[in-house]
Design a protein around this ligand. Structure first.
Ligand SMILES: C[S@@+](CC[C@H](N)C(=O)[O-])C[C@H]1O[C@@H](n2cnc3c(N)ncnc32)[C@H](O)[C@@H]1O
Length: 293
């Protein structure tokens, strides 16, 4: 398979050969050839989407054109299984298990090939689960996986900083492995957009690289050819979430290399009803209608 790799990156010199040993290249090639990419991309891509500079001019993981490449999309799952120790599914399940109640609508930002998106749908089959990503190629793989498993996912080509989705329309918004791939200013804008689309009381969950670990073990930032991972590691997701207006902000370690941040969009502050006569049995307005948990 022709791999569009940069020359002399650390990824190419050390990791690509290693992954090359671990990956079944024949099976990957068969998978790549089984898809009519031009037709599939045309079906899923939104021609109005404008790719931000950081996205189209960066070579994520040493792959030219980053995620706007068929090779990146095809090799993503086989490689990712080795970079979420001790077990990819356990790491992803930490996010799914932290969701409270029974959400009716879930948005997975930067859903990529839809691995977490699928887990969300399996855990909450009654919910409408929407996956959004900037890469049509990654969405084609996500769509292929969902169809193979007869999972009803809504996949949407778009930018997480301005999704175009209606305000106050999701009970849960989540992002897995998205923020270490974006400049911090973009990550903060995505948090504002998450706030906009969440219902009051709705839950935000961010699963990503462990910022404390990335700060203390610098070579981790070097090996994966991630253009923004060092800046991400220097940041503090709790602070970003607080700044965006979220409450009940918590970040916990997920095994060795990852962290899970959870937060809630506050309910509106209810002002006491002003009456001239004391009426003790007046009901306080409730939010059961908008609360899923
Ligand atoms: C490391 S992958 C993670 C994919 C998936 N969430 C997972 O856990 O496997 C990062 C994904 O974020 C997407 N992405 C990066 N910036 C984005 C943005 N501004 N809006 C939407 N998706 C974005 C990329 O296209 C890529 O699919």
């Amino acid at each position: 398979m022709p791999m569009e790799t940069q020359s002399k990156t650390i990824f190419e010199q050390f990791l690509a050969p290693l992954f090359g040993q671990l990956i079944d290249r024949e099976a990957l090639l068969e998978f790549r050839n089984s898809i009519d990419w031009e037709a599939a991309i045309a079906e899923i891509a939104n021609p109005q989407v404008i790719y931000p500079d950081y996205y189209q001019n960066s070579n994520f993981h040493g792959v030219q054109n980053g995620y706007l490449s068929i090779d990146a999309a095809v090799t993503y799952d086989p490689i990712t299984q080795y970079v979420l120790p001790p077990n990819e599914t356990w790491v992803r399940e930490s996010l799914v298990k932290a969701i409270q109640g029974r959400p009716r609508r879930i948005l997975d930002l930067g859903c990529g090939t839809g691995t977490t998106t699928r887990l969300l749908k399996r855990q909450f089959p009654q919910a409408e689960v929407v996956g959004l990503d900037l890469s049509p190629q990654m969405l084609v793989v996500a769509d292929h996986k969902a169809r193979t498993e007869s999972l009803d996912l809504t996949l949407r080509h778009g930018n997480a900083i301005a999704t175009g989705l209606p305000p106050v329309s999701f009970d849960v918004v989540c992002a897995t492995l998205l923020f270490h791939e974006t400049p911090p200013a973009v990550a903060k804008t995505i948090l504002q957009e998450s706030w906009r689309v969440l219902s009051p009381g709705g839950q935000l969950l961010v699963l990503d690289g462990n910022q404390q670990t990335l700060r203390s073990i610098d070579w981790l930032n070097t090996i994966f050819e991630e253009p923004f991972i060092r800046e991400y590691g220097q940041g503090n997701l709790d602070a970003w979430l607080g700044y965006a207006g979220f409450e009940v902000v918590r970040t916990q370690d997920v095994f060795w290399l990852n962290q899970l941040s959870t937060a809630r969009k506050p309910l509106p502050v209810s002002t006491p009803v002003q009456t001239s006569v004391q009426t003790p049995d007046i009901e306080t307005p409730g939010f059961e209608g908008v609360l899923a948990w």
